[in-house]
Design a protein around this ligand. Structure first.
Ligand code: TEU
Ligand code: CA
Length: 539
């Protein structure tokens, strides 16, 4: 299928595939490339434009594949490089673009460069590719500075000398199995430029950059006292790196550079989106926003205002593999989310959360820019909060001593068909159990159960995506707010497309329209009930 070749990412719907949990082709209970290939028709029918694949590279899986030992191959648990090439080609045939996940902040302790660095010892060139430092204290027994790992505990781990004594320490902003690269070293830059080319040469349409604001560190590695300038987020040198990455992607034409940037300051965030830097970055403010009309409107306005001066498309993300699924979040008393405010196991009303998630789908798919769908959003999957401690695998759970249960609950394998686990996740006849257990009450949430039910979440997504694709007004950057009753959000896209979301406690009337295109729930006597959204033809 030929693609319209015009900066496609500006209004694309991008579906995140988390390979471990999408579909298992060989029956070992872990998702893989063979499984994804058999499900391409499902994704094409769903109507998304592009697939983003979370890491599929060789990895000891200390952080579910975000600890990479070789950026140019595929982990045997997922398949082979030849299968990845076949998948990319088949996706294109099905009209789906592909985005690969590149993780430049760190690698795995199993990466040959790190293995060599440990062996080569202090002062070696091999250690210069990472952040090795002697410890503080009389015998170097204290970490070189006070930085904390994002997964909990110190951001430093001590090496052991060949004679068994304690050696230098190395920096890891995430797990100890994920040593941070030293981006001041030209060899690191050169290596990643080659990695980008490796995947662009294989026909990928975009690159998702993991932890994109964290790469460069203050070379002094100062302690990080409250109030000091942040020594490792968003440093100026980083923009120069992304300018060179942009030059590379531009050589290939029509490929997208997308950054994962958790940065609450919209002005600093937008600096990454300048003309010669990244094409787009995830908007986590929207993801974390309260289900509240005024808060959402403010978030939408701030987001559009931040993107306008740099002429970058906004992005709208409701969930991903790092956050509590939004069906669960939206059913809580406090509907907001932040990395340090996950509210694990706070009471939730799944019916209410699902109702809001349906409305949120229509809201996010009607906003100007690109929209992201995390696998399972389209099935209305809730967070699986009841996982036993023994099955949890996220390093965040283990590093925090269980204080933070981590992210496994949004990574439970997808239910495809059937009445009980593994719900078609593994092929018929395989007796492997999925790598994380699926709940006993997911029979109604399978893709098969939802396929022919016009009231299902899947049906809603399919209709919304079909309308979005067929509606030119939804492919530009303009949004105009219309007058709305208190607690409702109403906006126009282009001349004739309207979206209304009712976040108030009582039903609201619809604005004047010529047709109702789609609603997230039934109207009541012509009124839009609470926590419901409608797409309208205005004229
Ligand atoms: O995440 C980077 C990141 O900072 C957060 O999303 C992180 O998960 C959160 O701070 C934890 O509280 C990316 C990936 O999306 C995530 O899955 C990886 O674990 C992380 O990088 C390390 O590669
Ligand atoms: Ca498998």
């Amino acid at each position: 299928m030929p693609f319209r070749s015009d900066r496609w990412w500006r209004h694309a719907v991008i579906y995140q595939v988390y390979p471990r949990s999408f579909a298992d082709g060989n029956g070992d209970g872990i998702g893989d490339l063979a499984g994804i290939r058999t499900r391409l028709p499902y994704l094409a029918e769903l109507g998304v434009d592009a697939l983003w694949f979370s890491p599929w590279y060789p990895s000891p899986m200390a952080d579910a594949g975000y600890d990479i030992a070789d950026h140019r191959d595929i982990d045997p648990v997922f398949g082979t490089l030849a299968e990845a090439e076949a998948l990319l080609a088949e996706a294109h045939e099905a009209g789906l673009r592909s985005i690969v996940d590149v993780v430049p902040n760190h690698c795995s302790t199993a990466h040959p460069w790190f293995v060599e660095a440990v062996a080569a010892g202090p002062g070696s060139a091999a250690r210069e590719l990472f952040w090795f430092r002697p410890g503080r204290g009389e015998h170097g027994e204290l970490p070189p500075n006070d930085w904390q790992s994002i997964f909990g505990g110190p951001a430093w781990t001590r090496t052991t000398n060949p004679d068994g004594t304690g050696g230098e320490w190395y920096l890891h902003l995430f797990a100890p199995e994920q040593p941070d690269f030293n981006w001041a070293n030209p060899k690191v830059r050169e290596e990643f430029e080659q990695i980008l080319r490796f995947w662009l040469d294989r026909g990928v349409d975009g690159i998702r950059i993991d932890s994109a604001a964290l790469l460069c560190k203050d070379p002094e590695l100062p302690d990080f006292a409250a109030g000091d300038p942040d020594p490792y987020t968003d440093r100026d040198e980083l923009h120069e790196i992304y300018r060179s990455w942009r030059a590379i992607t531009d050589e290939y034409g029509d490929r997208a550079l997308i950054g994962e940037i958790w940065l609450p300051d919209t002005e600093r965030f937008a600096r990454y989106l300048r003309r010669d830097e990244l094409h787009q970055a995830f908007n986590f403010d929207f993801l974390g926003c309260h289900w509240d009309a005024a808060a959402l409107r403010r978030c939408i306005d701030d987001t559009l205002a931040a993107h306008r001066p740099v002429d970058a498309p906004a992005t709208w993300v409701l969930s991903n593999h790092d956050v509590v699924r939004h069906v669960t979040r939206y059913g809580r008393a406090d509907t907001s989310f932040a990395l340090d405010h996950r509210q694990h196991r706070a009471p939730t009303d799944r019916m209410l959360g699902t109702r809001r998630a349906r409305a949120a789908a229509l809201l996010s798919l009607a906003l100007p820019g690109a929209a992201y769908v995390y696998q399972g959003d389209e099935l209305g999957l809730p967070e699986v909060e009841e996982l036993a401690d023994e099955v949890r695998q996220d390093p965040m759970f283990h590093r925090s001593g269980g204080a933070d249960v981590g992210r496994d609950g949004c990574r439970v394998p997808l239910p495809w068909a059937g009445r009980q686990a593994p719900y078609g996740f593994s092929p018929a006849g395989s007796d492997a159990t999925p790598w994380l257990p699926q709940p006993a009450d997911w029979a109604a949430l399978t893709a098969q159960a939802q396929r022919d039910d016009p009231d299902s979440m899947l049906a809603l997504y399919r209709r919304a995506l079909a309308i979005r694709r067929a509606t030119p007004e939804l492919h530009d950057d303009r949004l105009d707010w219309l007058d709305a009753p208190p607690g409702a959000l109403t906006f126009r896209r282009g001349a004739g497309f309207g979206c209304v979301v009712n976040l108030a406690a009582a039903p609201v009337p619809l604005p004047t329209h010529t047709a109702v295109l789609l609603t997230s729930g039934p109207l009541a006597d012509g009124l839009l009930p609470p926590d419901t959204a409608a797409w309208l033809r205005l004229r």
